[in-house]
Every structure is written in C-alpha cells, then in structure tokens.
Design a protein around this ligand. Structure first.
Ligand code: COA
Length: 161
C-alpha cells in the first residue's frame, strides 16, 4: 500500500537522501542543475510516494524554465528507492504529476534522460532546443501537454528567474 502526496518542506532532506542514493555522486554538478539554482520548484508538482510505514519510496520534482518567451517544465529528478524499483512507482509518479501539470495549464515538459524509459510516457527527442552544455543532445526529451506546444519553440533553455 503506497500513498502519493505533494512534497512538504519537512520532506526535503529525505528526498535529497533518496536522490543521493539513486544517482551517481556529484549529481548536482550536472548542467541541468544550473537551471534550478536559486529557482523555486513547482511545488504543486513535486510528489513523494510513501509505503505503509511512511518510509519514502520515490520522489519527483519539477522546475520552471524558459526557451525564449515559451515557458516549460523541467522534469526531474525522479527516483524510486532500489528496494521498490520495477513495481510501477516511477510510472505512478510520472503519470500523476503530468496529469496535474496539464490540469494546471502547463503546455510543455522537458527533461534530460533515457529515451527508452521516458518514451512510454510520450517523450520524444527535442531537436531545436538546447540544454546548457555539456548535455548529450540525444538525452534531451520533450512532451506536449497541449498538441503542438513544442512546434515553434527553439533555442537555449534558460533559468526561469
Ligand atoms: C528510473 C526509475 C525512476 C524508474 O522507476 P521504477 O519505479 O523502477 O519504474 P517502473 O516500475 O514504473 O517501470 C519499470 C520499467 O522501467 C524500465 N526502466 C527503468 N529504468 C530504465 C532506464 N534507465 N532505461 C530504460 N528502461 C528503464 C525497467 O526495465 C522496467 O521495464 P519493464 O516495465 O519493461 O519491466 C528508477 O528505476 C530509478 O530511480 N532509477 C535510478 C535513478 C534514475 O536513473 N532516474 C532517472 C532515469 S533517466
């Protein structure tokens, strides 16, 4: 039995510890983190999953970014505790947060990640959009929450400051 909730300030360090466990050391040196520096996350879309003992099993966070005048959501990090991977919690976090994002009027989502995982949620490679270097362009993926939302969007992804 799992519960899905929005992340509260009190959850912050527990989520950080989960990300440290799930990602390689130095994750915060990744260029995508420069888009998050000094910017508040989109609180309504940052979710945690807890098990029946209230132990954290997974988390997802989102940040606002801009490409020219177009606003987008930067998805991630998303992680599931190794003892719960493969149980569908990653998909639950992805699907629930993306539904909430659409309901809140967000039109487009970008992330840096493995296409074989994210394609199941509708993400495809974005060719006209540039993440801060060094980012492997093959890993820059986008999703339209409104049909055509990425069509005329091109250029560098910037912090929403
Ligand atoms: C990626 C992650 C969030 C997925 O969460 P999860 O709860 O294990 O995922 P689900 O149970 O919803 O889905 C499992 C499926 O995803 C696949 N999968 C997991 N990570 C994958 C990856 N990087 N590339 C391709 N497929 C992947 C699994 O093989 C499994 O496939 P199946 O459905 O065919 O059996 C989780 O494995 C994780 O935290 N990994 C470490 C952190 C990380 O790498 N996060 C970002 C990924 S770019």
């Amino acid at each position: 039995m799992f519960t899905l909730e929005t992340e509260k300030p009190v959850d912050y360090w527990e989520v950080e510890a989960l990300y440290d466990l799930c990602f390689a050391p130095g994750r915060e040196a990744l260029s995508s983190y420069r888009l998050r520096d000094d910017v508040s996350p989109v609180r309504d879309l940052c979710l945690v999953v807890r098990d029946h003992d209230r132990i954290l099993a997974g988390a997802i966070r989102y940040w606002p970014v801009r490409i020219g005048t177009a606003r987008a959501l930067l998805l991630g990090p998303v992680a599931v505790h190794p003892t719960h991977q493969g149980e569908g919690l990653g998909a639950l976090l992805m699907r629930d947060s993306l539904e909430r994002a659409a309901a809140l009027g967000w039109e487009r989502v970008i992330l840096v990640g493995d296409a074989p995982y994210y394609s199941r949620f509708g993400f495809t490679k974005l060719t006209a959009v540039e993440m801060p270097p060094p980012t492997n362009p093959e890993r820059v993926l986008g999703l339209e929450l409104r049909p055509g939302a990425w069509e005329d969007v091109a250029g560098k992804v910037m912090r929403d400051a």
